[in-house]
Design a protein around this ligand. Structure first.
Ligand SMILES: Nc1ncnc2c1ncn2[C@@H]1O[C@H](COP(=O)(O)OP(=O)(O)OP(=O)(O)O)[C@@H](O)[C@H]1O
Ligand SMILES: [Mg+2]
Length: 321
């Protein structure tokens, strides 16, 4: 077992102790809900070292109109109330908060899947709030996404070889021979055997599929990866391996990363900086060390001591046993 997996497991074991006092209390969810939500997000604290952020969300607001309202009076959900986030080269930002606080919306704005209602989005210094087709192509080369369910990124009817070839062809990378070599390199990076090249995604395990999705995400040598719960749809037994892989790749390739997880220990381990969100507002931000060891905000304090089940959308109410 690698050091990284061991460390995550050790810290996870420690966290059980840490989480105990609040873990089983049925009142934690209500206690979190009772904490008033600030009007404004805490200001951005990204150190200015002269470098240009890969992505910069400037006071981004996202409002969804929901179907439950009438045509004239649609119900509105304010998913982000004014988020400013700068993702710097090589750094990992961890996003935490309860289900529905706006983590995926933030990730989707960053990768261009979600337009903003107000505010600006900059990509390597360029205003891309209203993305052109050219902007999309440039961003697609530099920024990749790893989804919770690898099926989102993979085509069920394409062989692994063809899935990995596709982005290289679309972006016109190298000669045909160089592309074949690149596919072999990618497989090596994510620890898959070449024998899987002719397989279809359905013939592989969940963990292997996520490895293929990660290989595909890396194919254009991105500078940044947005990973929205990349391990939570996987079998518990392979989660640590996939996390381990992401951490190794991040270091080797000096990738920037936005990492979303319901598992606080994973976030703690992988992130340089942490952003804590409560219903669309950033309530705390800082280095991983500062947020975990010296949280200032009452919501953060309660949240970081809570069990993953409180954060996880699928687990619902805790079992009193
Ligand atoms: N397409 C949509 N239409 C309407 N409302 C939406 C849409 N997408 C998200 N929302 C709402 O916006 C808010 C933020 O959702 P988001 O998916 O960003 O939360 P999240 O933090 O990722 O939650 P989870 O931990 O459950 O994944 C929620 O209230 C959600 O119901
Ligand atoms: Mg989400």
């Amino acid at each position: 077992m690698s050091d990284i997996v061991e460390k995550v497991e050790e810290e996870a074991a420690e966290s059980v102790e840490y989480a105990k006092p609040t873990n089983t209390s049925a009142g934690v969810r209500e206690a979190l809900a009772a904490i008033p939500i600030p009007e404004e997000s805490v200001p951005d604290d990204t150190p200015d070292d002269g470098r240009t952020p890969i992505i910069h969300l400037d006071n981004v607001k996202v409002v969804f109109k929901t179907r439950t309202g009438s045509l004239l009076h649609p119900n509105k959900v304010v998913a982000l109330k004014g988020s400013t986030i700068k993702l710097m080269p090589g750094e990992t930002i961890g996003l935490v908060g309860e289900s529905g606080c706006g983590k995926s919306t933030t990730a989707n704005v960053m990768c261009g899947l979600q337009p903003v209602t107000e505010g600006k989005v900059y990509f390597e210094g360029k205003d891309v709030t209203k993305r052109t087709a050219d902007d999309r192509k440039t961003i697609g080369r530099v920024l990749s996404v790893v989804f919770q369910d690898p099926a989102t990124a993979l085509n069920a009817r394409m062989t692994i070889h063809d899935q990995l070839m596709d982005p290289l062809v679309v972006h016109n990378v190298g000669t045909p021979a160089e592309r074949e070599q690149r596919i072999l390199d990618l497989l090596g990076m994510v620890g898959l055997p070449t024998s899987c090249l002719q397989a279809l995604p359905g013939q592989m395990s969940g963990g292997q599929r996520q490895r293929v999705a990660i290989a595909r995400a890396l194919s254009l040598e991105p500078k940044a990866i947005i990973a929205d719960e990349p391990t939570s749809a996987l079998d518990v037994s392979v989660r640590a391996q996939i996390l381990n892989l992401l951490v190794d790749l991040k270091k080797e390739l000096n990738l920037a990363m936005v990492f979303i997880s319901h598992d606080i220990q994973t976030i703690r381990y992988i992130s340089d900086r942490i952003i804590v969100m409560n219903k669309g507002v950033i309530v705390e931000r800082g280095s991983s060390e500062q947020v975990f060891n010296h949280p200032k905000d009452p919501y953060t304090k309660l949240l970081l001591g809570a069990a993953p089940s409180l954060l996880h959308p699928d687990l619902g109410q805790e079992n009193p046993m």
